[in-house]
Design a protein. Structure first.
Length: 320
């Protein structure tokens, strides 16, 4: 028994902010951002929330799958920027959808979150515990940015993507997950600091901080390796894969991975130019885009890969 993606959906905030818009409020330019990242714009939440975008993406995925929310067994929401500490994003989605029979929990693996969630769904399905699972990657990263730090804030956007995963007897699925917590400081964001009647601790930096060079070196070394490991499990060569859908962090990273796998860029779709880096949401948003464009056909061999804070990484190779 293996996981099959039966429906996808996505949601972006209405406000689209271009590089030129940012150049009006900080010392940057369209040429500077594009040459280093490949990003041309990003969508930023104004009225939208992580939950509202997740619910909209989930409704689209359920509609394509021809499924009612009441049929879901489980909801897994991957996010690092929920609206609340409590309740979990997954439970807000459950309530918003009316998925009254589904268990729900959040998963924290940063930019690798959706790929971790997909592999988790595969494990549940393979075990026979659940058969109909909704997985979500959703972020409102704009609230975690230091908007005076031009090297970081220009990279990120907001949005949500979702997929309905069901059990299927045919086809293949292979997954690889990894973490290296010793290098976690390369990409970090402080949380609420210790403050109680018996102890106090100075607050950490409350916004995202990134060592771009370290993250780049980690990604170009680790991502091709984990993709190759997933392909080895199913006996595929890189040339057998129809599309590689990678976390949309940086155009240079995607190009470097394609080069190391010796595959043409045509097999590596991107939405980075329009959306920027949306952490856990970038892979499912890209997946939904290529799905809605008709680029996925039954039986196609697909690879998803995520990488980012933690440091974490993961890949999934499966037939569509």
């Amino acid at each position: 028994m293996r996981a099959k993606i039966a429906g996808t959906g996505s949601c972006l905030p209405l406000l689209r902010v271009t590089n030129d818009d940012l150049s009006n409020i900080m010392d940057t330019s369209d040429a500077w951002i594009r040459s280093r990242t490949g990003i041309g714009s990003r969508h930023l939440a104004t009225e939208e929330t992580t939950a509202s975008m997740s619910i909209e993406a989930a409704k689209q995925a359920l509609d394509e799958a021809g499924m009612q929310a009441e049929e879901l067994d489980l909801i897994i929401a991957a996010t690092l920027s929920p609206d609340h500490v409590l309740p979990p994003l997954s439970c807000e989605v459950q309530s918003g959808l009316g998925a009254v029979h589904a268990a729900a929990y959040d998963l924290g693996a940063a930019c690798s979150g959706f790929v971790f969630a997909l592999n988790t769904a595969q494990a549940y399905i393979q075990s026979g515990m659940y058969r109909k699972i909704l997985i979500i990657g959703a972020e409102t990263l704009s609230k975690l940015m230091d908007w005076t730090d031009r090297s970081t804030c220009v990279l990120f956007g907001d949005g949500a993507g979702a997929a309905v995963v069901t059990a299927e007897d045919t086809g293949v699925f292979a997954g690889v997950l990894g973490s290296d917590g010793a290098k976690g400081e390369a990409l970090s964001c402080g949380g609420r600091h210790l403050q109680n009647p018996f102890a106090s601790r100075a607050p950490e930096h409350p916004y995202v901080q990134m060592n771009g060079q370290e993250v780049y070196k980690f990604a170009v070394r680790t991502v091709p390796k984990c993709i190759s490991q997933a392909l080895e499990q199913v006996g595929w060569q890189p040339g057998d894969v129809s599309l590689f859908l990678l976390h949309q962090a940086n155009q240079r990273i995607i190009e470097a991975v394609a080069k190391r796998l010796k595959q043409p860029m045509e097999r590596f779709p991107v939405c980075l130019e329009e959306c920027g880096n949306i952490s856990a949401a970038s892979v499912p948003i890209l997946l939904d885009r290529v799905n809605q464009e008709g680029r996925l056909k039954r039986g196609d061999r697909i690879v998803l890969a995520g990488f980012g804070a933690g440091l974490t990484w993961g890949a999934a190779a499966f037939t569509w």
